[in-house]
Design a protein around this ligand. Structure first.
Ligand code: ZN
Ligand code: MN
Length: 479
């Protein structure tokens, strides 16, 4: 038995953050709302209704296709009916796309730990509607139609992934990209990003594909990693025992941490696809397509690379600062006003601003502390107008009050006491009040210098310039 390698492909469903559903005017996001309160005859599939396509859903899908560098964003794509019976699918079919999807080809780039990037091919990207939700309550099955008709992008990768970690990495980067583009919240726990994984094994280096199983219903990145790992182990055992792998559909049981067989996998013929007769094709002329693609922002990995080149940041800093678009924007705005070392601003961002963002549960754009305020604080600290500790305090105060840092420094008297005479008087006072320490210092215990400086710090509320204070004490105590 030779060495085996895992062959993994992911099919993701992405919930778009449009205001209304894909074929009706119902609100798309009904998270936390009572069941069946956000529905209408169209999304519940009553007889005689007609769907009407939501333009914003198309635009968001085209934007993602552009970000994937799709080889073909089709000028003409069609909706199709995917027929199957399930209680939470009131029409008895899902409106999806099939033989002529919105886009084909493209790739998502994954940064590897060794600094290289790896391309995962995307085979196709299409639009479809979501189904409802079946809620299990003891022996009862309750149906919530709120989710019916929520716009989804289905995106399928080639079998390019080789390990559970790569699959997880793909989802992390995809989620980052969705938020970056502002087309989905990408919260797996809320079902904004759902993932099915196809898994098979083959001898390492082989070019053919063995029968695969499909893992459904994994709703966190950790669960994806664990479910794939579990399935790789099962297939390895089966293969080594000489048993064939059958094309099952498996369900990940989150509570048991185990895979369960749901059914033998459907074939495409089971869905009896045909063109949706109630909708016109999506006609995406060059002008509309270009207009959408012009809004594509610089993508995260590109921006990360630029941060290392343009600002001389370490990859570590660049990675953190480009995790989220508003954070990257904030950093660049702060650097532009600061005009000094970008790395200094980066340190403040990573150590202090990020902590504030997490504590507040907001994103960088929602902070009251503006990038120009951060730049001002960094400048005051670097030019020794305020101490580092005061700088950190200023961040919090500016965020809480919405006032400008310089204003706070003025109003609260936070500026560093660097005035020789003022410091000299304070130091003389300390020496007068502490004759024992002064004698000890003069007797050779010079490590006491820190204690003396500390006394002046206490008197000034931490605002004394430490170097000057130290020099003053050394001078006074050597007399
Ligand atoms: Zn509706
Ligand atoms: Mn689908």
């Amino acid at each position: 038995m030779g060495d085996l390698e895992a062959v993994i492909g992911l099919e993701t469903h992405i919930q778009l953050n449009t205001r209304s559903k894909i074929f009706c005017a119902c609100k798309a996001d009904s998270w936390g709302e009572p069941p069946n309160t956000n529905i209408c005859p169209v999304c519940t599939g009553l007889p005689g209704v007609l769907p009407a396509l939501n333009r914003a859903a198309v635009e968001k899908a085209v934007l993602l296709a552009g970000a994937m560098d799709a080889e073909a964003i089709q000028p003409l794509s069609y909706f199709a009916r995917k027929n199957y019976f399930y209680p939470d699918l009131p029409k008895g079919y899902q409106i999806s796309q099939y033989d002529e999807p919105l886009a084909r080809g493209g790739h998502l780039e994954l940064p590897m730990p060794d600094g290289t990037t790896r391309r995962v091919q995307i085979t196709k990207l299409h639009l479809e509607e979501d189904a409802g939700k079946t809620v299990h309550q003891g022996r009862r099955r309750l149906i919530d139609f709120n989710r019916c008709g929520v716009p989804l992008i289905e995106m399928v990768t080639a079998p390019d992934l080789r390990s559970p970690d790569e699959a997880a990495q793909y989802l992390i980067r995809l989620r980052q990209l969705l938020r970056w583009l502002g087309i989905s919240e990408g919260e797996m726990e809320k079902g904004h990003l759902r993932c099915d994984a196809n898994v098979s094994l083959r001898p390492r280096g082989a070019a053919y594909l063995n029968p695969k199983t499909e893992i459904k219903n994994v709703n966190s990145i950790d669960a994806v990693r664990l479910a794939i790992q579990t399935e790789i182990e099962r297939q390895t055992r089966e293969t080594q025992a000489g048993r064939p792998i059958e094309a099952w559909t498996l369900e990940w049981d989150e509570d048991q941490g185990a895979l369960r067989k749901m059914r033998s996998k459907e074939t495409e013929a089971d869905y009896r696809y045909f063109r949706e007769p109630d909708l016109l094709p999506i006609r995406l002329d060059d002008e509309w397509r270009d207009q959408i693609l012009r809004t594509l922002p610089e993508l995260p990995l590109r921006r990360r690379a630029r941060f290392t080149e343009q600002y001389g940041l370490p990859v570590y800093d660049a990675e953190i600062l480009t995790e989220e678009r508003s954070l990257a924007d904030y950093f660049e705005a702060a650097v532009a006003t600061y005009r000094g070392e970008a790395k200094t601003v980066s340190n403040w961002m990573i150590n202090d601003v990020l902590r504030m963002i997490r504590e507040r549960g907001v994103n960088a754009a929602q902070l009251r502390l503006a990038p120009t305020d951060l730049a001002e604080i960094v400048r005051m600290v670097e030019s020794k107008q305020v101490t580092t500790n005061t700088g950190k305090e200023l961040l919090m105060k500016a965020e809480e009050s919405g006032r400008r840092p310089a204003e706070i420094v003025g109003a609260e008297g936070l500026a560093v006491v660097a005035d020789e005479r003022a410091l000299g008087e304070l130091a003389a006072e300390v020496i007068r009040d502490s004759p024992a320490q002064a004698a000890a210092y003069k007797g050779g215990k010079t490590t006491l210098i820190g204690w003396f400086v500390g006394q002046v710090m206490r008197k000034t509320g931490g605002r004394a310039d430490p170097q000057r204070t130290r020099a003053i004490f050394e001078d006074l105590l050597s007399r």
